[in-house]
Design a protein around this ligand. Structure first.
Ligand SMILES: [Zn+2]
Length: 140
């Protein structure tokens, strides 16, 4: 279910008892106040946090079109439609734990960078897909 706007996201967090994440973490980072996020992404993050037993830091969740363009995100990025998050992951073992968890949960679109792991549930993009960011300068 796509949650659109601060009120819907906040209500979902409250009603579902999401403990480890708050609205602010999903807002567009340009300061526009925009937010769209699929509830499946929230649920997956909450379970991931429980599994890791360590803070899960979100580098990027929803992006408005302007912000996505400004940071060099790919046009039509899953972030624009609220289907994606980038999770900070600086260490090999952490990346492995995250990817293992995502695959167990049936997440079919995963991108691995040296400093974050992206996953999304965009219904309109090819899957299964597992990509890297080693040559590209863009942000998915
Ligand atoms: Zn924005």
């Amino acid at each position: 279910m796509l949650l659109v706007g601060s009120n819907e996201v906040e209500r979902y967090i409250k009603e579902q008892g999401i403990r480890y994440f708050k609205l602010e973490e999903f807002l567009c980072r340009c300061g526009c106040g925009g937010v769209v996020i699929d509830s499946k992404v929230l649920d997956t993050l909450e379970k991931l946090r429980e599994r890791l037993k360590k803070p899960v830091v979100i580098n990027s969740a929803y992006r408005c079109i302007k912000h996505n363009r400004a940071i060099g995100g790919v046009p039509g990025s899953a972030h624009i439609r609220g289907y994606a998050v980038d999770i900070k992951a600086l260490h090999s073992a952490t990346r492995h734990k995250i990817v293992e968890f995502l695959l167990q949960k049936g997440i079919q679109r995963i991108g691995v960078a040296s400093n974050f792991v992206h996953f999304d549930v965009d219904p309109d993009k090819p899957k299964p897909a597992l990509w890297t960011y080693d040559r590209a300068k863009h942000v998915a």
